[in-house]
Design a protein. Structure first.
Ligand code: PEP
Ligand code: MN
Length: 334
């Protein structure tokens, strides 16, 4: 349920109303927009007397939210959420460019790539340390050592770092990680989501291989229900019958998610296509469709990458993509 307050409502009135609603056992979310304040209520709202609420002087309208996702719902929070990450932020007017290797392989590799992507305009460095591979015989990542290498690259370049978690027991290794990624395969690992809800770390939540947008938003809701509202949604392609591409990028997910939710939406054209040649056109399409950012795999030697070489861009190709993206962003501002 949401209550939209009249523009002149004072902070004291908002505080009194919020305490009264909390006393009814509800979670209260206050979102102050440019003109109106919206009070979002989560929990058993059947106890609330709607007529009483609407009868209050300060209340303009009261609406029940029919969607099962509440905290992630744009109706709860009409303005875009902006998530602070180190020296940068994700969402709103800021454009986020995350780049780096699929997997951290060694210190020289990650340092070389980090320096190159920063020079090309990346705002964050990615790199997998715990890798969810289809085969148990494939490279599984450098684990804690990989995270240490990312932290060194962050110290040298100043870029905040993004890396994937696969097990909540590893959380203590992520203290200096700026954004924790939940990969497609773990989007519905509800115990992991609940654990991440108890942290205050920004979470990059990737859409599952065969999940609907509603399911993605419900997974975000799991994290938010625990108190962590710092969530970045990521469209990374879904399974379809097409085999020429690794997945099918759902470009329509971008405006749809932006309409349904206030959370930032970024796009991963690398895993969406599985093909380096397709990364640039899909990156441009994503930006034109309203993505708040991109996450792109970059390798200094794609032919010898331990993971996802065929979809990895060289630093030079990444610089070209970054340039084209800037042109599209500038054109969209006009
Ligand atoms: C990744 O980003 O490293 C990754 C494994 O992607 P996804 O979870 O989207 O497959
Ligand atoms: Mn990868």
């Amino acid at each position: 349920m949401i209550a939209v307050l009249k523009p002149q409502t004072s902070d004291k009135q908002i505080e009194n109303l919020s305490s009264w609603l909390k006393a009814q056992g509800l979670d209260v979310h206050i979102s102050k927009g440019s003109t109106h304040t919206v009070i979002g209520l989560v929990g058993d709202t059947s106890k609330i007397d709607e007529d009483l609420l609407i009868g209050l002087d300060m209340v303009e309208t009261v609406k029940r939210i029919s969607e099962p996702f509440k905290s992630a719902n744009r109706k709860f929070h009409p303005d875009d959420s902006v998530i602070s990450v180190g020296n940068t932020s994700v969402g709103g007017k800021d454009f986020t460019l995350i780049a780096g290797p699929c997997s951290v392989e060694n210190e020289e590799q990650v340092m070389e790539i980090a320096t190159a992507v920063k020079a090309a305009g990346a705002t964050m460095l990615r790199g997998g340390a715990f890798k969810p591979r289809t085969s148990p015989y494939d490279f599984q990542g450098l684990k804690a050592d990989g995270i240490e290498m990312l932290i060194k690259a962050k110290k040298v370049t100043g870029l905040p770092i993004v890396t994937e978690i696969m097990n909540a027991n590893h959380l203590s290794l992520f203290d200096e990680v700026d954004v924790i990624q939940v990969g497609a395969r773990n989007m519905q690992n509800f115990e992991l989501l609940k654990e991440l809800g108890r942290t205050n770390k920004p979470i990059l939540l990737k859409r599952g291989l065969a999940n609907t947008l509603k399911e993605l938003l419900m997974s975000a809701e799991y994290i938010m229900a625990g108190g962590n509202e710092n969530i970045i949604l990521c469209e990374r392609g879904i399974r379809t019958f097409e085999t020429y591409t690794r997945n099918t990028l759902d470009v329509s997910a971008i405006p749809m998610l932006r309409e349904l939710s206030h959370l930032p939406v970024i796009v991963d054209p690398s895993h969406a296509t599985g093909n380096a040649k397709l990364v640039k056109p899909m990156a441009m399409a994503a930006v034109a469709a309203g993505a708040h950012g991109l996450m792109i795999e970059v390798h200094n030697d794609p032919a010898h990458a331990l993971c996802d070489g065929p979809q990895s861009l060289t630093p030079a190709a990444f610089a070209e993509v970054a340039m084209s993206v800037r042109k599209i962003l500038a054109a969209m501002e006009e």
